[in-house]
Design a protein around this ligand. Structure first.
Ligand code: NA7
Length: 544
């Protein structure tokens, strides 16, 4: 037990048992700290615990979407596919929990409802839905960036007579769609991944699409044993490169990925119409990945969108369906790039119907299905693939009170404010893992999680060594960081006026339109964080 903790007081309460909470517990315990994880679900895994929908898959190569903190763990785990599917990632999380005996300090089926900073004792009081209060010197919010499912408010939605599911909160037992008529709302990543799989099983699938998306074929495949072996031998270099990279994946940038990476080196502006046409015919969607200017220049981007639409038209047999599936009016890459397996081909199936809500939106949900301006659609099961209240949703659901009883939701009324995405002024000793203002969702989450936890662990060790009781971001440092986060996001596709992404909070009615992640790159960001720590925690106030 570390100095300052008593029998009833923990050193750290960690909220969430996803990849962040698991590594946090392991790290803090290794430092001799008393730490405990509180988790709403029944087990570890976070995102991969909740998102069990058919077709759920990671968009980061599996050998890189893995912990680096233990060399033996790296060597003993064998990924089977280039990009792992949800069951394998959840199995990996379970393996890590077993291997490091994490569950003994985790409390499941426990939702944190309030956390209050007690200024007299400098302790956080963490209140659970069972009405229990834990006290801790530090509170680490490992609550995830995509952990609060968004179910839109639609008239009559409670009247639907059949079963209703949300991709982000999928039943543990799975869902058997055999012989059933299914309706699905949403064509983001979750919709695009699940639609082909559900279509194969269901009697009929009706897809309600408000905005067509840009998606690249994943070209996923089993991982060749020799490739895996090579990766294992090369792990020290892979990890070093990840940490210095833009998005935490070797060789990838903010481009349009796929299982096999292609470094964008050419300029689409230097091509002719004929050349672009030929490339689309030869390579399909993947042709676009070679162009570097697509992600930085709106005119170049529009040329790529044209290529994209041409390819949609080539794949989809029915011209009206093809037209409905063509994204227009917003740049490619302003939303999180989606990768898919057989998405467009699915719309050529006889048992799949696309409803283009741009031609008339959903009026209401009825007992039988969905009523739109274009007609009635009846089915047995309704699936919401309508996304998440991203990045701030989970923190907003907990009543977090800092100094002088200030509520985090009030402090963030005009949008999230953090210093380095790690701390919020007025909320001492509270850390937000992969919080807004850090690379988080614009990166390989495991790389960013490890970086944050290592930084927090070192910070706690430094505080203890100096006898400091609290650390908190200053308002001035927070202001300067927010200005920097905004500055680097300016003039990128991410902040284009026509873009309505969840990065901007634009998917949640009433949420302030603020670009939340840090786009400066994982490597640059790491240097900045290390620099701050080295410079005596510049921008933070430490108090004895
Ligand atoms: P997303 O990417 O937010 O997609 C949600 C989808 O749901 C999107 O197509 C939305 O259309 C649609 N949606 C939301 N509300 C409605 C209503 N009211 N009517 C019709 N359609 C609606 O969430 P995902 O879960 O797919 O992916 C999130 C991330 O998880 C992903 O980026 C990966 O990082 C993993 P819209 O585009 O808003 O018109």
């Amino acid at each position: 037990m570390a100095e300052g903790s008593s029998e009833n007081t923990l050193d750290v309460v960690i909220v969430g048992a996803g990849f962040a909470g698991m590594y946090a517990l392991h790290s803090f315990r290794g430092m001799g700290l008393q730490a405990k994880v509180l988790e709403a679900g029944n087990d570890v895994g976070g995102t991969w615990y909740w998102n069990r929908y058919p077709g759920a898959r990671c968009d980061v190569p599996s050998v890189e979407y893995s912990y680096s903190f233990d060399k033996d763990l790296e060597q003993e785990w064998n990924w089977t596919e280039i990009m792992a599917a949800q069951p394998e990632i959840l199995e990996y999380a379970g393996h890590v929990a077993d291997r490091f005996d994490l569950r003994k300090d985790m409390q499941f089926q426990t939702r944190v409802t309030r956390t209050i900073f007690d200024e007299s004792s400098n302790l956080w009081q963490v209140v659970t839905d069972a009405g229990k209060t834990l006290r801790a010197r530090f509170c680490v919010m490992a609550t995830g960036c995509l952990s609060v499912p968004n179910t839109p408010t639609i008239a009559g939605q409670d009247s639907f007579a059949g079963a209703v599911y949300h991709t982000g909160n999928w039943p543990e037992a799975g869902v058997d769609f055999s012989g059933l008529k299914v309706g699905i709302i949403g064509t983001g990543s979750s919709g695009i991944q699940s639609i082909p799989v559900i279509a194969e099983q269901a009697a009929h699938l009706t897809v309600f699409q408000r905005t067509p998306n840009y998606t690249m074929p994943a070209a996923n495949a089993p991982l060749k044993p020799e490739f895996l072996q090579q990766a294992k031998e090369n792990y020290p270099n892979i990890r070093a490169e990840q940490r210095a990279s833009q998005v935490g994946i070797v060789g990838y940038g903010f481009g349009f990925g796929g299982a096999e990476n292609v470094e964008p080196t050419e300029e689409i502006r230097n091509t002719t119409e004929e050349e672009r046409q030929r490339l689309v015919e030869e390579e399909g969607f993947l042709a676009i990945r070679r162009y570097a200017d697509v992600s930085v220049d709106e005119a170049a981007n529009e040329l790529a969108c044209d290529m994209y639409r041409t390819q949609v038209g080539r794949v989809i047999q029915d011209p009206e369906t093809a037209d409905a599936l063509m994204p227009r009016d917003y740049p490619m890459g302003c939303k999180r790039p989606v990768i898919d397996t057989n998405y467009y081909e699915t719309f050529n199936r006889a048992n799949v119907t696309l409803v283009d809500l741009r031609k008339g939106g959903i009026d209401r949900i009825t007992a039988q299905g969905v009523s739109t301006a274009q007609g009635e659609h009846a089915f047995d099961v309704l699936v919401y693939a309508t996304g998440f209240d991203a990045m701030t949703g989970a923190l907003g659901k907990i009543d977090i009170r800092g100094r002088q009883d200030v509520a985090l939701t009030d402090y963030w009324e005009a949008g999230p404010r953090t210093y380095l995405g790690l701390q919020v002024a007025g909320f001492p000793n509270l850390f937000t893992v992969t919080g807004p203002g850090s690379p988080s969702v614009l990166s390989n989450m495991i790389v960013s999680i490890e970086q944050h936890i290592d930084w927090i662990a070192q910070c706690i060790a430094d505080l203890d060594q100096r006898g400091a009781k609290t650390i908190e971001a200053t308002s001035a440092a927070e202001d300067a960081w927010i200005a920097h986060v905004n500055e680097v996001a300016e003039n990128t596709m991410f902040t284009a006026q026509s873009c309505n992404s969840w990065y901007l909070g634009a998917n949640i009615p009433g949420k302030p339109r603020i670009f939340m992640p840090y786009v400066g790159g994982v490597g640059v960001y790491r240097e900045k964080c290390d620099e701050v720590a080295k410079n005596d925690y510049k921008g933070f106030l430490l108090q004895a």
